[in-house]
Ligand binder design. Structure first.
Ligand code: CUA
Length: 373
């Protein structure tokens, strides 16, 4: 064996081991095997038995291969006798056709039953439209069911815990894929189509997700979270989201920030009560950037790639009760200073441009954004 071939076989042998070890990570946020709601559990209930059967078949086949290789090995250099051939043995051939067919029938019955189960869209559930954008997720809620969306938010999909939520998934630009592994499987977000997906979380909590369809430059930086709140807290969240932003007091730093926001950010971002009358109330925003009316009620920004708040208890994750605590000013300022250095983008058509803001403008903008609670 040449050294190159030896290195290649070593790499081939080590790769599965590394993959196996990677599967042992604790508290992995995108773990499909840790269902946290009924839909994810339905999938898990199918995965577990299928894995078990596949594991038994795998072991049986591997042990068989090893046994046959050992049993019929070449014992002497001049020994070239072939073992008895089994070709044409009807019993064997019927056996190894029927057994896999029966196994596959069982697996397919379970799979179809699971698909039918997951297609169930409970009535009276909270309804949210999910829109994939390059490269972030938009969530739209039509609270009074009159055909217009009353709440438009980004990155954090806020839902009531313990209740089903029917999602209507689509995309604005290219195909994305919506995936919150703790709550349900993946579903593509396709422009011009609407795909239904129901999620439900057993308990209040935060569940991470990731876009899983290659959608361009920052596909890997396109994350989202489901924030499940106690139903009463969820109702309070809805009431707050329905409110317009309050205008900052004249002469304050936030008022300067609003002015900077109206001149610099208005062509893409909307703040209801902030810049929605900049162009005589017409819908001036391009619809390709997050609605910022209640930015400070979210836990993350920049496609959920950055925490908006300081992790005060230092457990490596900003918890729900840390939202609204201590703003991660450095992260937000770095984003305003040069968004492309935080997350790869190709403005002006895709992603946030570097507006070459002065430090005074950045300070004023942060002061204004801080009022958007
Ligand atoms: Cu959106 Cu990948």
């Amino acid at each position: 064996m040449t050294p190159r071939r030896r290195r290649r076989s070593l790499a081939l042998a080590v790769a599965p081991l590394v993959l196996l070890l990677a599967a042992c990570a604790e508290d992995a946020p995108l773990d499909t095997l840790e269902p946290r709601g009924p839909q994810a559990r339905t999938i898990d209930d199918l995965v577990a038995p299928v894995f078990l059967v596949a594991g038994v078949v795998f072991l049986f086949v591997q042990l068989g291969v090893l046994f046959l290789a050992w049993r019929f090995r070449q014992r002497r250099a001049d020994d070239d006798a072939l073992p008895d051939q089994v070709h044409g043995n009807t019993r064997l051939e019927i056996g190894w056709t029927v057994i896999p067919a029966v196994i596959l029938v069982f697996v397919s019955v379970g799979t179809v039953a699971t698909i039918i189960d997951l297609a169930d869209e409970p009535e009276g559930a909270t309804e949210v439209t999910v829109v994939g954008q390059q490269w972030w997720w938009e969530f739209r809620y039509d609270v009074d069911d009159d055909g217009t969306d009353d709440i438009v938010t980004a990155n954090d999909l806020v839902v009531p815990a313990g209740e089903p939520v029917n999602l209507d998934i689509t995309a604005r630009d290219v195909i994305h894929s919506f995936w919150i592994p703790s709550l349900n499987g993946k579903l593509d977000a396709v422009p011009g189509r609407s795909h239904p997906l129901t999620i439900e979380s057993d308990e209040p909590g935060v569940f991470r997700g990731q876009c899983t369809e290659f959608c361009g430059l920052s596909h890997a930086y396109m994350q989202m979270r489901v924030v499940a709140l106690e139903p009463a807290e969820y109702d309070a969240w809805v009431d707050n989201q329905l409110r317009d932003a309050t205008e900052p007091a004249a002469g304050s730093a936030a008022a300067d920030g609003l002015e900077a926001f109206q001149t610099q950010c208005s062509s893409c971002h909307l703040v209801r009560g902030g810049n929605d009358d900049v162009f005589d109330g017409s819908a001036q925003v391009a619809g390709v950037a997050p609605d910022l009316t209640h930015l400070m009620s979210r836990g993350t920004f920049a496609g959920a790639m950055r925490d908006l708040w300081v992790d005060l208890d230092g457990n490596g994750e900003v918890d729900i009760d840390e939202v609204g605590g201590q703003l991660d000013r450095n992260a937000l300022e770095a984003w305003l200073r040069d968004p492309g250095s935080v997350k790869p983008m190709s403005p002006p058509t895709r992603g946030m441009p570097n507006l070459n803001l002065s430090e005074e403008q950045i300070d004023a903008l942060v002061a204004y954004l801080e009022t958007l609670d």
